[in-house]
Design a protein. Structure first.
Length: 145
């Protein structure tokens, strides 16, 4: 009986001395991120077809075709659609210039991280208040022939 009481007391003291088994701040941030994702809307950012520059000594041709979307907070949806309509040609031009600077290893990355980052940077630099949270692909094709 005495050993059991000592075990219980030791457990209580040990639990009171520890700050806890979880990090409350990280749990709050995790739930906040999930809530924000639930309120994001998809915005079609267009379809693109690019011929990538190749070294002069090669006859190979590399093309990429992609259809992209951006995720925007619901409260910014109307502003983004209006800005896309107003600045559409400028955004297309800047995105094409940026995408043509990609290296072969960046295009072959399965996650397309470099391309996603470039798209996000181009659109957020042009649109007011940098509203795009993330970029995704409806489709992506890389042709090398």
């Amino acid at each position: 009986m005495f050993v059991r009481i000592q075990t219980i007391l030791a457990s209580i003291l040990l639990c009171s001395a520890l700050p806890g088994c979880f990090d409350a701040e990280s749990m709050i941030e995790s739930h906040r991120a999930i809530a924000i994702q639930a309120r994001l809307e998809q915005v079609d950012l267009g379809t693109y077809q690019l011929t990538l520059p190749q070294p002069p000594q090669t006859t190979a041709v590399a093309k990429i075709h992609f259809h992209i979307f951006g995720r925007v907070a619901n409260r910014h949806l109307k502003k983004v659609n209006d800005a896309l309509e107003e600045n559409g040609p400028q955004l297309r031009h800047e995105l094409i210039l940026s995408a043509r600077q990609l290296q072969l290893h960046e295009i072959q990355d399965p996650e397309l991280t470099a391309l996603r980052t470039r798209i996000l940077d181009v659109f957020n630099a042009t649109l007011p208040n940098a509203p795009l949270q993330s970029v995704g692909f409806f489709s992506f094709r890389y042709l090398d022939f």
